[in-house]
Design a protein around this ligand. Structure first.
Ligand code: ADP
Ligand code: MG
Length: 334
């Protein structure tokens, strides 16, 4: 280990959060964690690479936030309570790595503190800028929201709003989003474009909603690749079909001002980077789910139904089937 690497790890260690159930954190060959008895350990990992998951000009604090957010979103989609995380950083040789790590930690540890997640270890190496985070959480046995348990007759729900992040990519001229008709804005251009970019740079993982839905929803997934693609994973795993009503897809005021009609559906149904939860539940649970979402202070709405069959179909308000312009979604059936 070089002095520079030691310095970077020391910076990280000095700021990592603490929890009573961390018997040994950063500094040894491995961390020692004490999960409570009777709960299942939930583990997820996700990597962000420069040029693929974030642009050259992305702010270090935003990269830090998002690298943890996308991982917490996976735990949320399982209905788990996050507890610990590790962070593997690959950094190019550059003079200002210390400044980069400090700013990165500002975003990363801000979100970690909000969810009481302790950073317990990781790795620091030289290479193209890349961030790999592993999160560990807890769930009651049998209560996790899996992809393989949706049933015909279930209602399909989604939290928050869809399409904002994709609209931000379209405004930035990022392929293939730039082909989308997105107005810089109707009302207040600066504010609305900033809102869309905020959703892209700093997604909010729906941790409280996921936890409150555990044991209540039949199946769940987080929307990272686009609603139709991700719901397609649920349908494939559960061996069912889904019917989505495009008119019911939740839209933010900023996106409502920026896009309409099929251009908006494309962003909402096939955009991605939303980090909302999509889940299914029997209609009898409707009131219980509305209560659970209200307790989590997260909006949610019903957007369609699970049916017998295979694949995901989306319908326009006039009842005609609709397919996104971009295809290639493995589980999309028209
Ligand atoms: P080893 O050679 O045993 O893998 P390292 O020098 O890689 O040890 O790491 C020393 C300690 O610092 C370990 O506890 C490791 O988990 C921690 N660590 C290294 N890099 C990071 C990082 N980016 N974030 C958090 N902890 C880190
Ligand atoms: Mg190591």
């Amino acid at each position: 280990m070089s002095a520079a690497e030691f310095d970077l790890i020391a910076r990280i260690r000095a700021r990592a959060g603490v929890r009573d159930d961390v018997a040994l954190g950063i500094g040894d060959d491995a961390a020692l964690l004490q999960p409570p008895p009777g709960r299942q350990l939930v583990v997820a990992t996700d990597t962000l690479n420069r040029g693929v998951h974030f642009g050259e000009g992305a702010a270090a604090a935003d990269i830090g936030w998002k690298s943890l957010a996308v991982n917490l979103s996976d735990l949320a989609a399982m209905g788990a309570e996050p507890a610990w995380c590790t962070l593997s950083l690959s950094l190019p040789t550059q003079a200002d790595n210390a400044a980069f790590v400090d700013a990165f930690l500002d975003g990363f540890l801000d979100l970690a503190a909000q969810h009481r997640v302790a950073l317990v270890g990781g790795d620091t190496t030289r290479g193209p800028l890349s961030v790999c985070v592993t999160v560990l959480g807890l769930v009651a046995p049998g209560a996790a929201l899996r992809r393989d348990a949706a049933q015909p007759g279930d209602e399909i729900w989604v939290t928050g709003t869809l399409g904002d992040a994709a609209a931000a990519l379209a405004l930035d001229g990022i392929a293939p989003y730039r082909e989308q008709a997105v107005r810089r804005c109707a009302g207040d251009p600066a504010t609305d474009a900033a809102r869309l970019h905020e959703r892209l740079a700093r997604p909010t993982p729906r941790v409280a909603a996921g936890r409150s839905l555990a044991g209540l929803a039949s199946a769940g997934i987080d929307v990272s690749d686009g609603l139709l693609a991700d719901l397609g994973h649920v349908c494939a795993a559960s061996q069912v079909a889904a019917r989505i009503e495009l008119a019911l897809l939740p839209v933010s005021p900023a996106l409502a001002a920026a896009a309409e009609g099929a251009a908006r559906w494309q962003l909402q149904a096939a955009g991605g980077d939303d980090y909302e939860l999509c889940f299914t539940a029997v209609p009898e649970r409707r009131t219980a789910i509305e209560r659970a979402l209200a307790e989590a202070a997260v909006p949610g709405c019903r957007i369609g139904r699970i049916e017998a069959g295979r694949g995901v179909r989306a319908f326009a308000p006039d009842g005609t089937p609709w397919r996104p312009a971009r295809t290639g979604y493995e589980h999309f059936a028209g």
